[in-house]
Ligand binder design. Structure first.
Ligand code: HEC
Ligand code: HEC
Ligand code: HEC
Length: 338
């Protein structure tokens, strides 16, 4: 199993490094969401997103504008049969599945397009999120648990004398998933007293290995199995769970996507130093976010490559690392950039 993880990681990292070293090639590969829409979706949803007859509008549709994109990704991957009510009107028909026809990058691009066209205004969708959603959520949550967690906590979630049970655990099933996410993302070292028993081991951290969508799927699996009956966790819950989680996710995103050009300590390289850059630490993060979202010169555009939550996390990280000391960046700051 270890070798599977290593191979998967190696391929993710090498893809990221290749993309970083060949921004031109990256641009050439990333599909045009509008073109995907015009080629596949307009017979039913019409070119201006207004829909008609049994087909729901995508313009001014609250489902399409949700911050959390998990449901939309699933509808486009696997289709759905109505009825569905949009803005008080009921529509019914078959939305076809696109799993076999469209790649992760094409689905990410077309969703990013419909979430930003016709007055819609929602965070973009990244190919990583679509890749994670290709497996049903509970399944990918269980796959991640089997690969990374079951060795210590056991497949039954029952734990051992050294590792706490996650079945029935108060932190796992708490109304707010924040403390659990914090422990999964940052790791923790005992000693700690859980349910009257003392544990004194190391709960590892997972730098660079779990995306927002992975964490949502894993957390949902923990909270809904082995008799646990807590509410599922969405990507939005992960993105908004707290500063230390955001920072840790931002740190991994930076290492995987940015360090090749900006240096592992932000000291610069092909790209300028981010440590000490007045544009990075400016009170108004708009100029910096525009560079990240739109690209400039050799700096690739990350629109459609990273979700808005991921851009907020990496931007928060670079504003508060290596001696930089500026405030956090929110998802709303990112979606305000056109
Ligand atoms: C054959 C007609 C047809 C085509 C082609 C089609 N759709 Fe749909 N779509 C529908 C129908 C019908 C529904 C409503 C399904 C329901 O009632 O649950 C729908 C629903 C949706 C929804 C969910 C809307 C909501 O309010 O929940 C999204 C998003 C969507 N389609 C996007 C797309 C995209 C993107 C494409 C192209 C890749 C596409 N559709 C192509 C018929 C179609
Ligand atoms: C190498 C063994 C090991 C692995 C692998 C491991 N854990 Fe843990 N985990 C621990 C130990 C030891 C503790 C208790 C010590 C502590 O939290 O400081 C713990 C604690 C936890 C807690 C906190 C429970 C509580 O009530 O405080 C959660 C939640 C958790 N682990 C989830 C996971 C998840 C999810 C994974 C997989 C992504 C995972 N663990 C992988 C060893 C491990
Ligand atoms: C292929 C190399 C490359 C990669 C990968 C890259 N950058 Fe850049 N970046 C550059 C270059 C070159 C510039 C300068 C662009 C210009 O001004 O012409 C730049 C500029 C910037 C700036 C503006 C700095 C300033 O002082 O104006 C920020 C912020 C930034 N990058 C952040 C990032 C983040 C965050 C990532 C990862 C998500 C990233 N970059 C990935 C090459 C890269």
């Amino acid at each position: 199993m270890k070798s599977v993880i290593v191979v998967v990681l190696a391929s993710i990292v090498s893809a990221a490094v290749l993309a970083a070293l060949h921004p031109g090639a990256l641009g050439a590969q990333s599909p045009d969401g509008r073109a995907v829409f015009l080629a596949n979706c307009t017979t039913c949803h019409s070119p201006n997103g207004e829909g008609g007859g049994p087909y729901p509008p995508l313009a001014a549709n609250a489902d399409v504008n949700q911050i959390d994109s998990a449901n939309l990704i699933r509808v486009v991957l696997d289709g759905r049969t109505g009825p569905v009510t949009v803005d008080g009107t009921q529509y019914g028909g078959d939305m076809p599945a696109w799993r076999a026809q469209l790649s992760d990058a094409q689905i990410a691009a077309v969703l990013s397009y419909i979430r930003s066209a016709w007055g819609n205004d929602a965070p973009s969708v990244s190919p990583n999120q679509v890749a994670a959603a290709r497996e049903p959520e509970a399944l990918s949550g269980s796959a991640i648990f089997t690969l990374k967690c079951a060795a210590c906590h056991l497949a039954t979630g029952g734990g051992t004398v050294d590792f706490p049970a996650l079945a029935g655990d108060a932190i796992v099933t708490s109304a707010s998933p924040g403390s659990m996410l914090e422990i999964i993302v940052n790791g923790r070292t005992g000693p700690v007293m859980i349910d009257g028993k003392m544990y004194d081991g190391i709960m590892p951290a997972w730098p660079g290995q779990l995306t927002d969508a992975d964490l949502a799927a894993l957390a949902t699996y923990l909270r809904t199995n082995w008799g646990n009956r807590a509410a599922p966790v969405t990507e939005k819950d992960v993105v908004t769970a707290g500063a230390s989680i955001t920072l840790r996710i931002g740190e991994s995103l930076f290492a995987n996507n940015c360090a090749a050009c900006h240096g592992s300590a932000g000291q610069g390289g092909t790209g300028p130093a981010l440590a000490g850059s007045p544009r990075v630490t400016s009170d108004d993060p708009g100029t910096m976010l525009a560079t990240i979202m739109q690209g400039r010169g050799l700096m690739p555009s990350w629109r459609g490559q990273l979700s808005a939550g991921e851009v907020a996390a990496v931007a928060t990280f670079i504003r508060s690392s290596w001696g930089n000391n500026a405030g956090p960046v929110t998802v709303e700051d990112v979606t305000a950039i056109r």
